[in-house]
Write a protein that binds this ligand. Structure first.
Ligand code: CU
Length: 400
């Protein structure tokens, strides 16, 4: 813990030296390397927090957003799974801005030194056939791995119920996959569906499917708060890549009809836009990258960042997650719990590999349920300007 604190101080001072340039005060770390003091700063029930209700601003209420929707739900429902923010180069920049939007909301309520820790799933991937037992799905971190999330940090969140069913499909991100992506020299090489080995968005997709349940579909994924930890890691790895190739945003890949470089990013069915507007290509620039700072992922070289829940496997030269202790009852009963078949409080979302017609119908129902919360209306401000220091986060003021 002493070392972790020292590391934290280090990251603070690093952030401080860059503060003038970046207006930022906090470093993002792998969750398992949190110090006790960082734990206090992580708002554990963001979706439940009464203060967060302050962000459910009058604009929204006058616009017919259901009163039981809290700020978290509203932000989560922005992630529609549209192909204008997925399946192409804007995936990286759109999700970076989206992550910053969420972070801005957290910081407006909890203060500027709150940040989203990232989840490096390669530490769990390295567990091989024991991945389902990873300690990251224990009370200390993500909580319940199978069924409704009733334990852990995000237990029993109000509103849309979240569900998981880890390990049946998809896969976690291996160190080799990350190394393969980072071995490329241009963004165009890591955004091609056809080049599986280097297709970073694809590696990201299968993590969503590995968690399953709420996380499995774009429409619902962001309702599970672990979404942000997964995407913070995507953002971290992308940043390693972006820095390495040096010539972003000029390197923004062309030839994706739905992801033209000069298109303005849109949020929530294209009604909300950051103000000032950001193009897909501009999202690749350092201006936005500098709004987040990452501590290096745990490695044997940094003693797994002194995490008590990781150990270094010297043979493989990789940090590996410990297993959940046997007493944690949700480690068992997988089959019973995974057969619930509902998620989000909306009827009958099949979990796992239901046939695709059923899945589509169910997803359309979710879409309808989400959309009815957002009737067409006059332009909105997503946040009150004076609730967020405009200098702290460049994109924290969302506007149409
Ligand atoms: Cu994702």
């Amino acid at each position: 813990m002493h070392n972790a604190n020292r590391q934290l101080r280090k990251s603070y001072s690093k952030a401080k030296t860059r503060k003038q340039e970046n207006q930022n005060g906090m470093c993002d770390v792998e969750w398992r390397t949190f110090s006790a003091c960082q734990y206090k700063r992580l708002p554990q029930n963001i979706a439940n927090n009464k203060t967060a209700g302050k962000l459910r601003i009058e604009n929204f209420i006058s616009c017919g957003v259901r009163p039981d929707m809290n700020t978290y739900d509203i932000i989560a429902s922005i992630h529609t799974g549209s192909d204008r923010e997925h399946q192409g180069p804007a995936f990286f920049s759109w999700h970076r801005i989206y992550l910053l939007l969420y972070e801005a909301a957290l910081q407006a309520v909890f203060g500027r030194d709150v940040t989203v820790p990232y989840w490096d799933s390669s530490c769990d991937q390295a567990m091989g056939n024991r991945q389902n037992r990873t300690f990251i799905f224990s009370n200390k971190y993500f909580g319940t791995p199978f069924g409704y999330v009733t334990e852990g940090f995000f237990a029993n969140l109000p509103g849309k119920r979240i569900i998981r069913c880890i390990g049946a499909e998809g896969g976690l991100t291996s160190k080799n996959a990350i190394a393969a992506v980072l071995s490329r020299t241009s963004h165009s090489q890591i955004v091609q569906d056809g080049q599986r080995r280097y297709f970073f968005e694809g590696y990201h997709n299968i993590v969503h499917r590995w968690v399953d349940g709420t996380m499995a579909a774009g429409l619902t994924a962001a309702f599970d708060p672990m979404f942000w930890c997964h995407h913070a890691f995507v953002d971290y790895v992308w940043e390693l890549f972006r820095i390495r190739i040096r010539n972003a945003p000029a390197d923004y890949p062309l030839g994706f009809p739905l992801h033209p470089p000069e298109d303005l990013m849109n949020f929530r069915n294209y009604r909300y836009r950051p103000n000032p507007p950001i193009t897909n290509r501009e999202g690749y620039s350092s201006r936005y990258a500098h709004l987040r700072h990452y501590e290096p992922a745990p490695s044997c070289q940094n003693h797994c960042s002194n995490s008590p829940d990781l150990y270094c496997n010297r043979q493989k030269d990789i940090c590996i997650s410990l297993e959940r202790v046997p007493e944690e009852r949700y480690a068992k009963d997988r089959d019973a719990l995974c057969d619930i078949g509902t998620t989000l409080g909306v009827d009958n979302i099949p979990v796992g590999s239901a046939d695709s017609t059923t899945t589509m119908t169910a997803l359309q129902r979710v879409e309808q349920a989400v959309l009815q919360d957002f009737p067409a209306c006059t332009p909105l401000k997503l946040f009150k300007i004076n609730q967020i220091d405009p200098n702290a986060r460049g994109i924290s003021i969302f506007d149409v």
